[in-house]
Design a protein around this ligand. Sequence first.
Ligand code: ZN
Length: 160
Amino acid sequence: MKEIRVGNGFDVHKLSVGKKIKLCGVEIKNNKKLIGHSDADVGLHSLTDAILGALGKGDIGIWFPPSQKKWKNVDSAIFLKKSLQLLKKNNFLISNIDLTFICEKPKISEFRSSMIKKISKICNLDVRKINIKATTSEKLGYTGREEGIAVFTTVLIYKK
Ligand code: ZN
């Protein structure tokens, strides 16, 4: 059997007063914005970490230290593309992606298909191999109080 590997990624970003957020490359009108490293796209960060995890290549912070000013406000697709380059270099392909948002707002279901299309385009992966789902934390904890958004991603990769 050809080598298969699994990786998971988890990321959280803090919310503060704002007008829009970017989730999985999709800009969404929202009464709060995400703050943090780069454009704070918590979805793409989580996916990038899942791919790096599957490859055994550390995490996003190793490749793109938040302390470096050059990553400020950059499009997080850059980070994802780096992990895809490493994937290619190591002769792996993505089997499927399963990404879960943990938040009260925005309603992810409204943006699910545009997010899937965006990821599909960046990863050059069939939309049927990408799943995006969401759950709330029943108003409990930091996600429940809308202080932040968390994303958990699992990815399966296989050797070409
Ligand atoms: Zn992040």
